[in-house]
Write a protein that binds this ligand. Structure first.
Ligand code: HEM
Length: 161
């Protein structure tokens, strides 16, 4: 498979990372395009499951201290199960193991959020908490940009009032 079609892969989002020895190091060096084996998922680029555990752990610490968000949670005293679901969802979305869907079926995020009234205020608090969690766990700029791009559109799509 050529590097071109590897880069055209739409989901999960992935980066083509040419290994150092394939990059042109100076004049006259041949440049070999990235091949399928060089494509790294965002999950791998971010550092795998520990990264998503830290990110969502930091996010839910902020949720626990945010009255606008916390009032939506049925079980305010135990955010552990919600933390686990979001961790597994994000890991799966970015190319990690499919444990989320194995346990919960198709994500159907919009349908699953209907029971919660999500307006502009809730969306903004959710995004602010996730951005602060990202700033805390400090992924590479490429990984941060990928996650920010997704959460911006997903949070707006989940607004239901
Ligand atoms: C827009 C602001 C949002 C609010 C206020 C919100 C709120 C909530 C609440 C109250 C729950 C129920 C807690 C639970 O899991 O038991 C939930 C579940 C969940 N949320 Fe959100 N959410 C928002 C955006 C998002 C976004 C952008 C994503 C995707 C990255 C997301 C992914 C999930 C997932 C995966 C679950 C668990 C679904 C399940 O398997 O039952 N949420 N959310």
């Amino acid at each position: 498979m050529s590097g071109r079609s590897a880069r055209a892969r739409f989901w999960p989002p992935a980066f083509a990372v040419p290994p150092r020895d394939r990059r042109a190091e100076g004049p006259g060096d041949a440049y070999t395009p990235a091949t399928m084996t060089d494509v790294k998922t965002v999950f791998d680029a971010a550092g795998g499951m520990p990264f998503f555990e830290s990110l969502v752990g930091a996010f839910y610490e902020l949720v626990a201290a945010d009255a606008v968000l916390l009032r939506l949670y049925l079980d305010k005293d135990d955010l552990g199960p919600a933390t686990r679901r979001l961790t597994l969802f994000m890991a799966q979305y970015w190319g990690g193991p499919t444990t989320y869907s194995d346990e919960r079926g198709h994500p159907r995020l919009r349908a699953r959020h209907f029971p919660f009234e999500i307006g502009g205020d809730e969306r903004d608090h959710w995004l602010a908490a996730m951005r602060a969690a990202l700033a805390k766990v400090q992924p590479t700029p490429e990984v941060a940009a990928e996650i920010e791009r997704y959460i911006d559109s997903a949070a707006e799509a989940l607004r239901n009032k």
